[in-house]
Ligand binder design. Structure first.
Ligand code: ASP
Length: 349
């Protein structure tokens, strides 16, 4: 298994720079760091300097940007964990003190989760951009170079300051709160299905990135690196679902449950029993949807529908997907949020 490596720094040569900006470029792994050989297959193993060797155009497109390079890890997205994401948040917070913005490369499978967690944890006006690649650098369709140059351009752009953590891939600029990986293979996979992008980068970063709108209201949850991250389970509903998974999770000591309900927030009657058992134990239950877009709300009144869930004291996260709701509940419980405060942060979604 790949692991976190000791961060190292390297400053790219400045082209012209008394008035320029300093942007940290933090590499964590993913397909942008992948090399491949016939026997082993594609695996991330390139360090930041090796990735940058493949993109000699960086300085030409961004002559006013001084890039300070850090190697944080060489991990594939699925090997990231919430505690590594907290480490990344602490690392980025420390690095931000000396730079004007930061770009973080990340495996696209969990990029939206790390971006969202940093958006919750880090309270800054400076721009933080997550990027990556859907095709590796030996593939004819490599998108890593463009994504990286675009991301540095957005991180250096005043227009995107104070908008929270952003993702920049496939020319599209999205908010970490809203964006999701929508396709397993397409280069324009990162989309905000409900609200659309915040802006776009059309001709690499040589022209100013264009801004369509601002981020929606954001919420900051201070993190305490001493606090234990509680165990939160995420269950997707399906026809005929019963209460077994809920009973098992309760027995295992789960501290919170996210339910990807059907449609606007409805569950099969068997799952309702499981949720009722969790609520009897005062375990917070957050309702999202298994639909990729649209809000959840307590609308229908039949058995297992949203109004039953509301009566049980479930929280509704209107536009948040399950994987992000899980991280939000994890941080909120680690920060000891309860009852009204917990309800208030999910009603913002
Ligand atoms: N499986 C890869 C990962 O998340 C995909 C990517 O980086 O695009 O590391």
């Amino acid at each position: 298994m790949s692991s976190i490596i000791a961060p190292t720094t390297q400053t790219l040569p400045k082209q012209m720079n008394d008035t320029g900006l300093r942007i940290a470029l933090i590499f964590t792994g993913g397909t942008i760091a992948v090399t491949t050989d016939k026997n082993a297959g594609p695996v991330p193993n390139l360090k930041g300097s090796q990735i940058l060797e493949r993109i000699p155009e960086v300085g030409r497109y961004l002559p006013n940007v001084e890039t300070i390079v850090y190697d944080f890890s060489v991990l594939p997205g699925p090997q990231m964990s919430p505690s590594m994401m907290i480490n990344l948040a602490e690392f980025v917070s420390a690095v931000l003190e000396d730079v004007d913005g930061a770009v973080i490369t990340h495996g696209t499978d969990t990029l939206e989760e790390s971006a969202f967690l940093l958006d919750l944890c880090i309270d800054t006006k400076k721009t933080i951009v997550f990027t990556g690649a859907m095709h590796h650098s030996l593939d004819a369709g490599w998108d890593g170079g463009r994504n990286l140059i675009d991301s540095l351009g957005v991180a250096a752009s005043k227009a995107f300051q104070n908008e929270g953590v952003l993702t920049v891939l496939g020319g599209s600029i999205n908010s970490a709160q809203e964006v999701t990986k929508s396709s397993t293979t397409k280069s324009d996979t990162f989309r905000s299905l409900d609200f659309g992008p915040l802006g776009s980068v059309d001709i690499l970063a040589s022209v100013t990135p264009s801004k369509l709108r601002s981020s929606r209201q954001r919420y900051h949850i201070p993190f305490n690196d001493e606090a234990d991250l509680p165990r939160i389970e995420l269950f997707k509903t399906y026809v005929g679902m019963d209460d077994h998974l809920f009973a098992f999770a309760i027995k295992e000591g789960v501290k919170g449950i996210i339910v990807e309900a059907m449609g606007q927030g409805n569950v099969p009657p068997g799952a309702l029993n499981g949720i009722a058992r969790a609520r009897e134990m005062h375990i917070p239950v957050v309702i999202c949807s298994r639909c990729p877009s649209g809000a959840v709300r307590p609308y229908y009144a039949y058995e297992g529908a949203g109004r039953d869930l509301e009566k049980l004291g479930c929280l509704f996260a209107p536009y948040l997907n399950g994987q992000k709701a899980r991280l939000k509940l994890m941080l909120a419980l680690a920060a000891r949020y309860e009852d009204i405060k917990l309800a208030s942060i999910f009603s913002l979604d």
